[in-house]
Design a protein around this ligand. Sequence first.
Ligand code: LER
Ligand code: MN
Length: 262
Amino acid sequence: MKLSCQDNLVPGNTLHAKLEVLESLGFSGIELWGRQQLGEQLREVREALQSYKVRPSVICAGYGGDLLSPESKLRNEAIEGISERLRWASELGAVGVIFVPTFGGPKLPDLSPLYPSVIELEKRLLTAECGVLARVGEEVGAYAILEPLNRYETHLINRLEQGLEIVKEVGSEGLRLMADFFHMNIEERDISEALSEASEYIVHVHLADSNRQIPGYGHTDFRPIKTLASKGYDKYYSLECRIPGDPLSELRKFVQFISRFG
Ligand code: LER
Ligand code: MN
């Protein structure tokens, strides 16, 4: 089981210090926040990585704009931001870049019945944009990774099956899906079944418990990890959560806790 952790959760003031902590605890990946600074520090990051076995799992978001904004300037900013991060991911050897269709409610105007419903418009727009991102992903050799979010964070793609519909419609090797246990715990009828059906297209997993604390502090059932493994999933399980108490001892406890499912 390849464990990863978002960089901001790891104790340490430098990347070196964080990589050392992760390696000593048995993590094999670090998930990097896609802040602009990361692009300016690619060389330093690559140099730091040379001293450790821990690899960058994915780059998480960090771009500006909004793929479903009514303003083309903001849509283009998101497309360019994600594309730029796909190039960074490729340079760092990461699996890909996590992006979300949009946060919150619809921003496009509802012009039905003259035009399709807002949801239909959004889906068509998102499919076209995902096509562009998938091409960049294919070109550079990193996945554009669509993340479904729970209904309190977005109105559009809440379940794996809905993300899968877009991924299949685009039909490109450059576009894939990820699964976040926090969102799935709210949205999926059966997490095991959802993972099973989308397994072929899943290239990253976020781990958090039902209350978004580190796994072990809530009531989410993590046994579906076994289902995903049985389907051949061999990529990262990455922590995206809050950590109560001392991060070092909590991360150590987490590794023991999650290993039961791997
Ligand atoms: C937001 O809730 C989330 O799960 C992040 O991974 C989005 O980038
Ligand atoms: Mn997530």
